[in-house]
Design a protein around this ligand. Structure first.
Ligand SMILES: NC(=O)c1ccc[n+]([C@@H]2O[C@H](COP(=O)([O-])OP(=O)(O)OC[C@H]3O[C@@H](n4cnc5c(N)ncnc54)[C@H](OP(=O)(O)O)[C@@H]3O)[C@@H](O)[C@H]2O)c1
Length: 261
């Protein structure tokens, strides 16, 4: 297969397309001529994106409202894509919580587990048989560099992202020879609404990658799994951290991430 569209088209599902990295994926896929199914809760954002991408790139976009904190939502999302020939799934929706583990709201933590883990696993489970039957396609799971080791003061979030790394690595091994590429993306700091939602000032962050660049590099590396970090600074940092004795790495991480107050 020589072109991206032949290999991963004609349509892609992007979850969490209403902001940040998901919007970057939608824009980059539209520019590559891929039709889209865009899913999130904020459908007003998705409708705006649909209008812009259809006008700019002449592709077809379907908008699906879904709240992935509802355990039944992934099955409904898979069903909503029934009429589309989905060649690529970008399972991106997710969120994080930072701070002392015991101070995290238990309800929000449960919601994070459902969105970041349950939904990703169910979406993969819904699409893998379809992808295998097609004999070509891609499954891209969005994790984080934080999924590559324990993350003090981001403990619960890092744990959810570690599940995604394990899920993606397992599927990468299982789907060899099927024509379906599996990539687990481990972004570093990327432009999105995530930092502000977690109480950080995005202006004070360094080595931040644009969402569009993150998405473009991920799509260019779909066949180079199992995992891929698109941000050179964070790739080098986590290569060093994961090569260190684990106690030393965790102590360094705890020092860097410890809340100021
Ligand atoms: N930005 C970073 O630095 C960074 C680094 C590593 C990994 N990541 C990962 O990248 C992914 C995208 O996050 P982002 O950074 O782009 O943050 P973001 O701008 O906050 O986007 C998060 C997206 O997920 C969707 N989402 C959240 N909860 C949802 C729910 N219950 N149901 C359906 N959709 C939901 C949001 O849509 P609605 O609110 O409209 O539902 C939004 O489109 C996440 O998995 C995140 O963990 C981000």
């Amino acid at each position: 297969m020589d072109t991206f569209k032949e290999r991963y088209g004609p349509a892609a599902l992007v979850t969490g397309a209403s902001s940040g990295i998901g919007t970057g994926f939608a824009e980059e896929l539209a520019a590559r001529g891929i039709n889209l199914v865009l899913a999130a809760r904020r459908v007003d954002r998705l409708e705006e994106l649909k209008a812009r991408l259809e006008a700019d790139y002449g592709i077809a976009v379907q908008v699906v409202r879904c709240d992935l904190a509802d355990p039944q939502a992934p099955a409904r999302l898979v069903a909503a894509c029934e009429g589309d020939d989905i060649g690529l799934v970008v399972s991106n929706a997710g969120f994080g919580i930072k701070g002392w583990f015991e101070q995290v709201d238990a309800h929000v933590m449960a919601e994070m587990l459902t969105v970041n883990c349950h939904a990703q696993m169910q979406i993969a489970h819904g699409f893998v048989p379809k992808m295998k039957a097609r004999g070509r396609g891609g499954l891209l799971l969005v994790s984080s560099v934080e999924g590559l080791m324990g993350g003090p003061f981001s403990t619960a979030y890092a744990a959810t992202k570690a599940l995604v790394v394990a899920l993606g690595e397992g599927l990468w091994g299982e789907l060899q020879g099927t024509g379906v590429d599996v990539l687990t993306l481990t972004p570093g700091a990327t432009e999105s609404e995530a930092a502000a939602k977690q109480g950080f000032d995005p202006a004070k962050m360094t080595n931040v990658q644009s969402a569009r660049e993150c998405a473009a590099l991920a799509l260019d590396n779909l066949a180079n799994g199992p995992t891929y970090c698109p941000n050179p600074h964070y790739r080098a940092l986590f290569e060093r951290m994961t090569a260190m004795p684990r106690q030393q790495a965790l102590l360094a991480m705890a020092q860097g991430m410890r809340p100021k107050n």
